[in-house]
Design a protein around this ligand. Structure first.
Ligand SMILES: [Zn+2]
Length: 461
């Protein structure tokens, strides 16, 4: 009796062990996976009903059945009802809007998905997912109206444009130039209005044109040309002969100061080329990084810049310099600021209030300050001997901010003064000229404001 009892106990133990192992196998096996299929689609989809909508479905055990339907609240139209093999683990469905089947034009539809996988889970029925997306139908292209723009843009200089973009589901609006640069636009006063500063970079031979672009969430797009007059300008071009005295003296010590490690083992001519090409590019990139903001405040005011009292211009903006050694061209560069000189270590003044966004060393620019004044306009002060403000400081109009010097790629005490817009150094002369600023900026802003006000008044009546 006792022996029999222990025998059946053992059988029971083996049987239950077997069941536990089998269950563990089923539980961990791929063919019994318990994850429902994944549907890559947003809860709300903006659709212009023209471009096919792409929906991606995936599953580890393969997709068995897909049902996709579109409904308008009354009717449901089946777009896909398909069976698939277990090796189809990823499927893409391109949904086109049905030409027939809906009686009325709606602004909202519902896209529903029912997908089952090849898993043996759920008593061989597989895992099922039911999901729905709300479709917002948007058939309208955005509308763009130019409210006002500066009459011209000069090579190296800037212009402004104020425009209205209307769309129920606007995604983005900006200015696009023919040479491939996008200029940010930011809200201007009244809702729907935007302002942007547009720049013709000095090194860009032709401007080619600019247009306002608006894109909505459904992918509808609109373009509107800005009627600028593009004024070409002849800048000074000069050839500079590099002498051994200069290369072995000034350049060698400059390389030691600002690029000691990188220029080890180079000849003094190679050091010059490295400074003028590689370091210049790095310095310009550092400037671009800190000066790409854009905003608009209703009470924006800006006075002409006059950074250095009783100074003389020693080099102009936009000068093109070709460097030669033994009559052979070795390097070239554009001079992108205005060089002003007075006495050594002269006081530099910020003519406008602003916020210091950079204060420190910047390669060939030496000790440098960059100050943001609003509306995407930055002023830049380079080769300083001493900086009197720090990053993050607010400066007042008329405040002394630095002292001139010859740090960086400079061989005499002077100020390299720059104006930077959208990361690009532009003609400072424009921002030092009251008449230019009035004609090209303030009057454009005023005429846009007049238009907005007349719109407001007519709306009241
Ligand atoms: Zn300069």
């Amino acid at each position: 009796m006792a022996r029999r009892n222990s025998n059946s106990k053992r059988k029971l133990l083996i049987a239950s062990l077997f069941i536990i192992i089998l269950m563990a196998f089923i539980y961990n096996s791929k063919i019994f996976e318990r994850e429902p299929p994944q549907i890559l689609s947003d809860e709300v989809i903006y659709w212009n009903l023209k471009k096919p909508l792409s929906i991606k479905i995936s599953d580890a055990s393969g997709i068995k059945r897909v049902l996709i339907q579109l409904g308008d609240g009354e009717n449901n139209i089946t777009l896909f009802n398909e069976k698939h093999n277990s090796d189809e683990k990823e499927l893409e469905f391109n949904i086109t809007f049905p030409k027939k089947g809906f009686y009325n034009r709606q602004n909202e539809y519902r896209l529903s998905y029912e997908v089952v996988d090849h898993s043996f889970w759920n008593f061989f029925m597989g895992n099922k997912i039911i999901k729905e997306s709300v479709i917002i139908a948007d058939r309208q292209d955005p509308l763009i109206h130019v409210a006002a723009n500066s009459y011209k843009i000069t090579k190296g200089g800037a212009g402004v444009v104020i425009f209205k973009t209307e769309d129920a589901n606007l995604k983005e609006t900006y200015v696009q130039t023919a040479f491939g640069k996008k200029f940010k636009a930011v809200p201007f006063g009244k809702e729907g209005y935007y302002i942007s500063l547009v720049v013709w970079p000095r090194a860009q031979k032709n401007f080619g044109g600019a247009e306002i672009v608006a894109i909505d969430l459904a992918g509808n797009m609109a373009h509107e040309k800005i009627k600028y007059y593009f004024q070409d300008k002849n800048y000074k071009s000069s050839k500079i002969q590099l002498t051994n005295t200069f290369l072995d003296g000034s350049i060698t010590s400059l390389a030691r100061d600002i690029a000691n490690d990188e220029t080890q083992g180079m000849s003094s001519l190679e050091k010059f080329v490295f400074i003028n090409n590689v370091l210049r590019k790095e310095s310009l990139e550092a400037i671009e990084k800190v000066s790409d903001s854009m905003d608009y405040t209703q009470y924006f005011a800006l006075k002409p810049f006059y950074p250095l009292k009783n100074s003389a211009v020693v080099a102009g903006y936009g000068d093109f310099r070709i460097y030669e050694y033994n009559k052979e061209k070795v390097s070239e560069s554009y001079h992108l600021g205005l060089d002003l000189a007075s006495t050594a270590e002269a006081e530099i003044v910020s003519s406008n209030r602003g916020k210091v966004v950079f204060a420190g060393e910047n390669g060939i620019y030496g000790k440098m300050l960059v100050i943001y004044h609003g509306l995407g306009i930055y002023s830049l002060y380079a080769h300083c001997s001493k900086l009197l403000v720090q990053e993050g400081d607010e400066v007042m109009a008329g405040q002394t901010i630095a002292k001139t010097g010859k740090t960086g790629f400079a061989f005499g005490d002077h100020l390299h003064f720059g104006i930077v817009i959208h990361g690009i150094e532009v003609r400072p002369e424009e921002w030092m000229d009251e008449k230019w600023m009035r004609d090209n900026l303030f009057e454009v802003i005023n005429s846009a404001n007049d238009l907005i006000n007349s719109e407001n008044n007519s709306a009241k009546w």
